[in-house]
Design a protein around this ligand. Structure first.
Ligand SMILES: Nc1ncnc2c1ncn2[C@@H]1O[C@H](COP(=O)(O)OP(=O)(O)OP(=O)(O)O)[C@@H](O)[C@H]1O
Ligand SMILES: [Mg+2]
Length: 287
């Protein structure tokens, strides 16, 4: 059964750090959308995906995403997070249900960052970031300013001429993020982008991603299995359960942005992590 762990509407206002977190209220019929957000950019209605070998990766997955949200898909390995993201990106077709992408009609409106940076090893950071613009027919000279600006935004202004083998794991991921953002997509999909990185790099990239999101106001769907990462980043978390993959709970994260180390060490953050952890445990129990 899908639960929507919704807080009262007047409790969705930005939290003060000292304010105690209100108890969640389990209401399965409550719509997921939060007040104050933009128009829907994505809607999945009872989507299913069965692979050719008969694996039912997803069943009855319904989800609405609004412009400006930072939504995390949180769930254990094998629950269908990557499959859901690929369906959303149009890289896979659903076996059942409907996916609507209002306002995402044009090419380049969706950016995708994979778990490993998937850079072209024979191309420089510049050329890796330039690729989506090249595919759109933009000449190298015309692309120079936007590509260098995108590299600067992810802190790699000095590394335009470096090859992937000359970059650290975190730097490669920054190039992948710059490449995904170069077409100024409305929707950015990230599939466990920081899972392979050390803790310090991961925290830094979390912060930098939030800063980019706040500056450029794209919509994010972020796949993770980390409760702590999802609570720190998200305005909403959809908890998934396996066999078959589905969304079993939704939690708004009603803490104000910008978020900082102060939030990460605050009592409300800890409380939100506990709530999310409990929802995940229930999801596993349900499975
Ligand atoms: N191409 C495929 N053919 C058959 N089964 C697949 C295929 N891709 C994924 N699956 C299966 O679908 C289920 C969901 O896989 P998916 O990769 O979406 O999970 P996930 O939640 O992303 O896991 P992880 O956290 O380990 O990345 C798994 O049982 C997986 O084995
Ligand atoms: Mg995956």
């Amino acid at each position: 059964m899908r639960q929507c762990l919704a807080l009262e509407p007047d409790e969705v206002a930005p939290l003060q750090l000292e304010q105690p977190l209100p108890k969640p209220d389990l209401r399965p019929d409550r719509p997921a959308a939060e007040p104050g957000l933009g128009d829907p950019v994505l809607s999945l209605a009872q989507v299913g995906k069965t692979f050719a070998d008969g694996t039912v990766a997803l069943q009855d997955l319904s989800l609405e995403v609004r412009a400006g949200e930072f939504l995390s898909l949180l769930g254990p390995s094998g629950c269908g997070k990557s499959t859901a993201l690929r369906l959303i990106a149009g890289l896979l077709t659903p076996s059942a249900g409907e996916i609507a992408r209002p306002r995402l009609a044009e090419r380049g409106e969706i950016g995708f960052v994979f778990q490993d940076a998937t850079l072209m090893p024979w191309a420089t950071a510049f050329d890796n970031v330039y690729l989506p613009l090249r595919l759109q027919g933009l000449r190298r000279r015309a692309a120079e300013a936007p590509v260098l600006a995108a590299l600067a935004r992810v802190g790699l202004a000095e590394f335009a001429g470096s090859y992937p083998r000359q970059l650290s794991g975190g730097m490669k991921m920054r190039v992948a993020i710059a490449r995904a953002l170069i077409t100024e997509p409305r929707l950015l999909l990230l599939d466990e982008p920081f899972a392979a990185l050390d803790e310090i790099t991961r925290l830094k990239l979390n912060q930098d991603l939030l800063d980019l999101w706040q500056a450029q106001r794209f919509t994010v769907i972020f796949v993770t299995h980390s409760v702590y990462e999802s609570v720190y980043l998200s305005s909403r978390i959809a908890v998934m359960a396996p066999r078959p993959g589905r969304i079993v709970a939704e939690l708004p994260i009603p803490a104000a942005y910008p978020r900082s180390e102060e939030f990460r060490t605050s009592a409300p953050y800890n409380q939100l992590c506990r709530l999310t952890q409990a929802a995940l445990r229930r999801a596993l129990g349900d499975a």
